[in-house]
Design a protein around this ligand. Structure first.
Ligand code: PEP
Length: 247
């Protein structure tokens, strides 16, 4: 039985004051049986890591450098993220792929660096609207996962999470239907089961894209949806907790 993971991707939002209040609000609430993680902007990781000590809420970063250390201005090493208390790191978010040009190969290198650094990567995959309309969804998701398999192998997915995030659903309010999401999740699990059935069975596959308290329960009741990666709705403690409670 896989546990549900509800992870908040705060992106580049907040201030010292607001993120502190958000953590206080989340800590004061009841997440039900779901496991919670928050991924704040990197500058707040140390502060929030301290606030989360002994809370049972995990800390995650929003990206990791593909190199261990050195002359990589603006980047953060896996070792720095673990020092800050991170357990998770998002890799391959569609905003990184589309705005910052991160290729499948770069995402795969970052994924491997997370594994090497004993961080759990949350690998984001998903198709654009155009790709869905051209019935390329499964091919795109498969290609994105193949790039990671080529570098890290199937065994690495025993220590990773996948987030299926259709690009057209992120931040748009246009959520995938439970059937659309379930179909992609099932195909991801089937693909990986062809390589290692036990790894595929244990893998948490999250849905991300305009999930909110009103649509979460139906999405999370699908057999292959094991939680959510939440953007906008993770910025309000009560919405984030309400999503967790419906898991
Ligand atoms: C995301 O960016 O990972 C995301 C799912 O955003 P939103 O929930 O706002 O669509």
């Amino acid at each position: 039985m896989r546990t549900s993971l509800i992870a908040g991707n705060w992106k580049m939002n907040g201030s010292l004051e607001s993120v502190t209040a958000l953590i206080d609000g989340i800590k004061a609430g009841d997440p039900g049986r779901a496991e919670l993680a928050v991924c704040p902007p990197a500058i707040y990781l140390m502060k929030i890591g301290g606030m989360l000590a002994d809370s049972g809420i995990a800390l995650g970063a929003q990206n990791v450098c593909q190199h261990a250390s050195g002359a990589y201005t603006g980047e953060l090493a896996a070792s720095m993220l673990t020092e800050a208390g991170c357990r998770f790191v998002i890799v391959g978010h569609s905003e990184r792929r589309s705005i910052y040009g991160e290729s499948d190969e770069l995402v795969a290198a970052r994924f491997q660096m997370a594994i090497d650094g004993e961080l759990m990567p949350i690998l984001c995959v998903g198709e654009t609207l155009e790709e869905r309309q051209q019935e390329q969804t499964l091919a795109v998701v498969s290609r994105q996962i193949d790039a990671v398999l080529a570098v890290s192998g199937i065994a690495s997915f025993a220590k990773a999470v996948i987030a299926y995030e259709p690009v057209w659903a992120i931040g748009t309010g246009q959520v995938a239907t439970p059937e659309q999401a379930q179909a992609v999740h099932a195909s991801i699990r089937d693909k990986l089961a062809g390589l290692d059935a036990a790894v595929a069975e244990g893998l948490q596959i999250l849905y991300g894209g305009s999930m909110n308290p009103g649509n979460a329960a139906e999405l999370l009741s699908q057999v292959d949806i094991d939680g959510g990666l939440i953007g906008g709705a993770s910025l309000k403690a009560e919405d984030f907790l309400a999503i967790a409670q419906s898991a």
